[in-house]
Design a protein around this ligand. Structure first.
Ligand SMILES: *Cc1c(COP(=O)(O)O)cnc(C)c1O
Length: 376
């Protein structure tokens, strides 16, 4: 059996090696390393795939979030609502810009931001909501957009983990994650569902004015060379990364199928087990399974992780500490117990290997090993 990785980028590369190598060499041959035609090509392909008017490539997903908040003109003191159960980047950029992160709890089944909790957190200072489509499944965007419309708030979707996921609105309309709010942000970090071979990110919007502002900010606030209308940053997707992404975007639909197939096999093995809650499939969204995350019940999670490690099966805890209990974010506003769902999840979740190259033998070995421990 091939050794099991949390994310097997090596096995994935082996399958597309000729395409990738050719694409990378083409960039080197042309030496158009920055803002080359390959970047424009990727931008256009991603716009088409997502059915969105504008894709603005940038250096990483964290930058994408920061630049979005800058483009919306958010000012120190403005409050931005975000989930307490997410990767730190979501809250980090809010704090970094001097805005006030207002955290809210998540749904125990989907792990996504809880719309009723958003409503309770709104004050006259609230300016924006950042729903995170955690682990590959969309937040309840029908509800989030409704709340945003009622209160005149901006919505910035953090779709770093859910590129390609589709949300179905009550009226039957289907939209891709990241194209629903005012702005969508994603990451092309290697382990993401659409990952490059280094750092990368992108911002999406259907708003032409916002797109102009975003394009200016990623490039030093400059529309005409050496004339700076905005305070910006330097955040670029380099051509070699765009070349890799051009190849991998073509494979993204089949990658989603491979991930779903692995998730279905995990589900079948664990369904009904009293010690393990399988991921809930949210009726309004497809699931692209960035992570396959179980909620343990009445079993020693740390010992399970150690047992799996002893059998050369990696397993990870995403995430062990809620944002409001992270040292850098301790705040008189919050105390332990404020977000009971998030806190319970942080103590109980465990994510199994999930990637595009898992074969039946590996999955059987993983599921039987988990069950050996859980049923012991
Ligand atoms: C990965 C990730 C980011 C940040 O992306 P980088 O490219 O690593 O900066 C932001 N939000 C979420 C939810 C993520 O998973």
């Amino acid at each position: 059996m091939r050794s099991i990785a949390m994310v097997d980028l090596k096995a994935q590369y082996e399958k597309i090696k000729p395409e990738i190598d050719e694409a990378i060499h083409h960039v080197i041959d042309t030496t158009a390393f920055i803002n080359g035609p390959v970047v424009k090509e990727f931008q256009a392909s991603l716009e088409k795939y997502l059915d969105v008017r504008h894709v603005i490539p940038c250096a990483n997903g964290t930058d994408a979030l920061q630049i979005s908040m800058m483009a919306l003109g958010l000012k120190p003191g403005d409050e931005v609502i975000a989930p307490s159960f997410t990767f730190i980047a979501t809250a980090e950029v809010i704090a970094l810009l001097g805005l006030t992160p207002v955290l809210v709890d998540v749904d125990p089944d989907t792990f996504n931001i809880e719309p009723a909790a958003i409503r309770r957190a709104i004050t006259p200072k609230t300016k924006a909501i950042v729903p995170v489509h955690i682990f590959g499944q969309c937040a309840d965007m029908d509800a989030v957009m409704q709340i945003a419309r009622e209160h005149g708030l901006f919505v910035i979707e953090d779709t770093a983990q859910a590129i390609g996921a589709e949300f179905r609105f009550a009226d039957g309309t289907v939209k891709k994650a990241g194209t629903i709010g005012h702005i969508g942000c994603t990451s092309f970090f290697p382990s993401k569902n659409l990952g490059c071979y280094g750092d990368g990110g992108a911002i999406f919007t259907n708003d032409d004015n916002l797109a102009g502002k975003l394009r200016s900010i990623v490039n030093h606030g400059m529309k005409t060379r050496y004339y700076h209308d905005d305070i910006g940053v330097n955040s670029r997707l380099d051509s070699i990364q765009a070349a890799v992404l051009n190849v991998k975007l073509r494979h993204l639909p089949e990658y989603a199928i491979a991930r779903r197939k692995a998730a279905d096999a995990y589900d079948a093995a664990f369904k009904g087990n009293p010690g393990l809650k399988i991921p809930t499939r949210f009726a309004k969204s497809s699931h692209v399974f960035h992570q396959y995350t179980l909620v343990t019940h009445g079993i020693d999670r740390k010992k399970l992780q150690e047992y799996l490690a002893s059998k050369n099966i990696p397993a990870m805890i995403y995430y062990p500490v809620p944002i409001h209990l992270q040292k850098a974010y301790l705040n008189p506003r919050y105390k332990p117990g404020d977000f009971p769902v998030t806190e319970a999840l942080c103590n109980a979740v465990i994510s199994l290997p999930m990637h595009t190259e898992l074969d039946e033998e590996q999955i059987n070995y993983i599921t039987s090993s988990v069950l050996e421990f859980v049923n012991a």
